[in-house]
Design a protein around this ligand. Structure first.
Ligand SMILES: NC(=O)c1ccc[n+]([C@@H]2O[C@H](COP(=O)([O-])OP(=O)(O)OC[C@H]3O[C@@H](n4cnc5c(N)ncnc54)[C@H](O)[C@@H]3O)[C@@H](O)[C@H]2O)c1
Length: 260
């Protein structure tokens, strides 16, 4: 049995992870970590901690983090150092933290980070990387619920990296934008350092959605993925929990677990 602790257990993703872990015969939900932990799973015999520092080392083998962009950076470094294997879905990770995690991971615990645990989103990134070789223009539109704290989404940033990789493989060069007059700030979205435009939409009713539109003279190709429900992320999260112990160091992206 793999003992699993959930960081951010009181959140939308955290509660879905708790239910998914409890329904898996080879996993045991042992610990909940969240500042609001007292109100969670009343009457259940589980370790409860308001912060990671309150958790004892033997309370879990794997910690799954779906907390906040501010909190996750500290969790990662502390968790690895204390020997917990970490599965991280929280988005908004800082690049400098990722660099430190790359060095630290494996010395203590291993780490799997995925900006998106939904199979369809992972496939979309792969398709986008392939399509990027054949189209002159591309823009990303990501759409999420209105409680999301970070923008653009981690999935959109990861998708942009895949597109850049595809374009660089065939020397596509710089993306072209003829806009010379912007009468409203942000009208053309945000640009990654490789010049890929990302537009972020936030609305009640949405869950997690992404569209990548490729353009060539006379044609467009649209790739779209929709997570209608948080259950879409759970098979990927469970796969990461089961895999992290045997993947030394840092793994970024669910695609590495699926293709192995
Ligand atoms: N990788 C993926 O597939 C995927 C999918 C959906 C959401 N996400 C990301 O997961 C994160 C959580 O999303 P959500 O919708 O569940 O958010 P949420 O606001 O519903 O839940 C966040 C939870 O974290 C808790 N929290 C805050 N600070 C904490 C701390 N220091 N320690 C422990 N817990 C703390 C909060 O009390 C809350 O219960 C976001 O970053 C979101 O972008 C990732």
């Amino acid at each position: 049995m793999i003992k699993v602790g959930v960081i951010g257990a009181g959140g939308k993703m955290g509660s879905a992870v708790m239910a998914a872990v409890e329904s898996a015969p080879d996993l045991e939900l042992t610990a909940l970590i969240d500042p609001i932990v007292d109100s969670l799973a009343p009457g259940r015999d589980l370790v409860r901690a308001e912060s990671l520092s309150e958790l004892n080392d033997g309370d879990a083998d794997v910690l799954v983090d779906f907390s906040t962009p501010d909190a996750v950076n500290g969790h990662l470094l502390e968790g690895i150092e204390r020997g917990f294997h970490m599965v991280v879905g929280t988005t908004g990770l800082r690049d400098d933290v990722l660099d430190n995690v790359r060095v630290a991971a494996g010395k203590g615990g291993n780490v799997v980070i995925a900006a998106n645990f939904a199979l369809g989103a992972v496939l979309l990134m792969g398709f986008a990387q392939h399509a990027a070789k054949y189209f002159d223009g591309v823009e990303i539109i990501e759409l999420h619920h209105d409680k999301k704290l970070d923008a653009p989404s981690g999935t959109a940033l990861a998708t942009a990296r895949h597109i850049s990789q595809g374009r660089s493989e065939v020397d596509k060069g710089a993306l072209h934008d003829a806009t010379s007059k912007i009468s409203l700030d942000g009208a053309r979205g945000a640009r990654t350092e490789d010049g890929i435009t990302i537009h972020s939409v936030r609305l009640p009713g949405l869950v997690a959605h992404e569209e990548v539109i490729f353009g060539n003279p006379g044609e467009t190709l649209t790739l779209r993925h929709d997570s209608y429900d948080r259950s879409s992320f759970m098979p990927g999260v469970l796969l990461a929990i089961r895999s992290v112990e045997t993947r030394p160091g840092l793994t970024v992206g669910l695609e590495h677990l699926i293709s192995d």
